[in-house]
Design a protein around this ligand. Structure first.
Ligand code: BTN
Length: 254
């Protein structure tokens, strides 16, 4: 891959024309001993996975659909939500850098432009005996989709970089930039902890200081999104004045 500036991220690169999901292929490679930083990138996914059991629309050649293997065996399990935020920061910074677009992070891990979703992150952690073994971090970026590429039900809530920018975006350039940013922040996180990542996240988020509804499989919480804490959890102030800590969920603005 031309222009790759990383030491490990993307150095082992598995390019595929068509897969069910890059997450599944990456899990298999992980089991076969693939190193940290190995990436599976596909032109087309026939069963792309979204969060909460949803599908991820991944048409051929129009996006960046890939999964990266992490082996953060040094990370306490309770801190895994921070990895999601770190990934979102890397994604947001790379998109801004390459496109000049005003992209923002919606907690925990959606990338929005003009209030519409342009990219998503799916982290699947493997835990054994209470310790983190590896994480398969999937990123889907809708790069060059046109309005017609979207099924009608998601057209209203989704956009692509090309739609937002009004021009085609070079996928390789974005991919190379993202891997560089991600590797850099991952190293920073390992040496300095979550504090510098938290600052970057706070500067790029569109979720804080707003009334939100957060939906989880078991319950729905409504309140004011006040802050994220040291763990990476979202702190939501409820109507009764109490504060709830959220680790995941689907946020809607009110
Ligand atoms: C979401 O916002 O719901 C997360 C979407 C994640 C999509 C990416 S595309 C590459 C990787 N492979 C998958 O099947 N899903 C992730």
């Amino acid at each position: 891959l031309a222009g790759l500036r990383t030491e490990r991220f993307g150095r082992q690169l598995h390019l595929r024309d068509e897969v069910d999901s890059t997450q599944i292929v990456a899990q298999q490679l992980t089991a076969a001993g693939a190193p940290e930083g190995a990436v599976v990138l596909a032109e087309l996914q026939t069963a792309g996975r979204g969060r909460m059991g949803r599908r991820w629309h991944s048409p051929k050649g129009k996006g960046l659909w890939f999964s990266l293997i992490l082996r953060p065996d040094w990370l306490p399990l309770s801190q895994t939500p921070q990895l999601t935020l770190l990934t979102a920061v890397s994604l947001c910074r790379a998109v801004r850098q390459v496109t000049g677009l005003d992209a923002g992070i919606k907690w925990p891990n959606d990338l929005l432009i003009d209030g519409r979703k342009v990219a998503g992150i799916l982290l699947e952690a493997n835990v054994e005996n209470g310790t983190l073994q590896h994480v398969v971090a999937g990123i889907g970026i809708s790069v060059n989709l046109t309005e017609d590429d979207y099924p009608p039900d998601i057209r209203a809530i989704a956009t692509s970089l090309a739609i937002a920018a009004g021009r085609r975006i070079d996928r390789s350039l974005l991919f190379v930039e993202l891997l560089a940013e991600w590797e850099r922040l991952y190293a920073l996180y390992r040496s300095e902890g979550f504090a510098p990542i938290k600052l970057l996240w706070e500067a790029l988020t569109v979720s804080l200081g707003r009334e939100i509804v957060c939906r989880m499989p078991q319950e729905t919480v409504e309140g004011f999104a006040e802050a994220i804490d040291e763990q990476g959890a979202l702190l939501v102030r409820l109507n009764d004045g109490s504060v709830r800590k959220m680790f995941s969920g689907d946020v809607e603005f009110r």
